[in-house]
Design a protein. Structure first.
Length: 301
């Protein structure tokens, strides 16, 4: 039985709250029976615990782009495919229609990632669907029916830290095998229930092959998790799973069956600084030209 459906009377008997404006259409359409209580509010979304078609689940209400505080969103949008050329042009110009398309793309990215990663064997909340900027998904709870805590609220033994770190590294590996990098993985985006870690919050997930920032994001994800677990098991701080995974990924040798070691031999040869600087300058010039094209396109005739 899934933990999401093991709820005690303490949760179920919470008095229903006033229906938030963004959830009213889902109530009207019969997708949400009751809004029980607000679970949390973050930089990207507000999450409510709701009753939907007889089951208790989460309703993640995405904040509008102007109200979001997530930085450098353009880095995460890079490489995301847009099927319609009209939509792509509108998104590049930043028109009202284009901004709406970007919002839809941002929200759908999490739904797509949840379905894809669940199929790949990564523990994530099961998604039920996204409706008008509201994602309905599984509520992760413990056997007593209490909402599972975030990893940053959990302390553990060194043995447990090593075991859970290994599990999270496997999830990161499975994500990369599925072509996805979380992009914002930390102790604040992992829940812990009676069966171990659960990865959450994936609207910024990036395409590992199409996003030029994927490697640095992967390293940051792995570093964040290793730093946290390393507080309880310092020996983990000497591992380099991110570099090992990416090297195998680039070589086409990464698969779910590969057993990682956490060891990596770094290239100590000197970098060609002049070539690197030329590439940086060329990229800067190209970006300036793109910005100028967008500015010119938005200027009135």
């Amino acid at each position: 039985m899934k933990l999401a459906y093991l709820f005690n009377t303490k949760v179920l008997n919470k008095r229903p709250m006033k229906i938030p404006k963004r959830l009213q259409p889902l109530v009207d359409d019969g997708l949400v029976d009751e809004v029980l209580y607000q679970l949390m509010s973050g930089k990207e979304a507000t999450v409510f615990v709701v009753k939907s078609q007889g089951r208790i689940c989460c309703a993640k209400v995405y904040k509008e782009s102007m109200k979001r505080s997530f930085k450098k969103a353009a880095q995460y949008n890079e490489g995301r495919k847009v099927r319609s050329t009209r939509r792509a042009r509108a998104m590049e110009k930043g028109s009202k229609f284009g901004r709406k398309q970007q919002e839809d793309q941002w929200q759908n990215a999490e739904v797509d990632a949840l379905f894809k990663l669940s199929k790949a064997g990564v523990r994530v909340p099961q998604p039920y669907g996204c409706y008008d900027g509201v994602l309905l998904m599984e509520l992760i709870a413990d056997e007593q029916g209490e909402v599972a805590p975030r990893l940053n609220d959990v302390s553990m033994s060194a043995e447990q830290a090593i075991e859970d770190h290994e599990q999270v590294m496997l999830y990161v590996q499975l994500m990369l095998c599925a072509g996805i990098v979380h992009g914002d993985l930390s102790e604040f985006n992992v829940l812990v229930d009676d069966y171990g870690p659960v990865i959450i919050d994936l609207p910024q997930a990036v395409d590992a092959a199409a996003n030029n920032n994927a490697y640095s994001m992967l390293l940051r994800d792995v570093h964040n998790m290793t730093e946290y677990y390393g507080e309880f098991a310092p020996e983990l701080l000497q591992t380099h799973y991110g570099e090992e995974m990416w090297a195998l990924f680039e070589a086409g040798d990464l698969s779910p069956e590969v057993i990682l070691t956490g060891q990596f031999e770094f290239d100590e040869s000197a970098a060609d600084v002049n070539t690197v600087m030329e590439e940086i300058k060329a990229a800067f010039d190209e970006e300036q030209e793109r910005i100028e094209r967008i500015r010119s396109a938005n200027e009135p005739d």
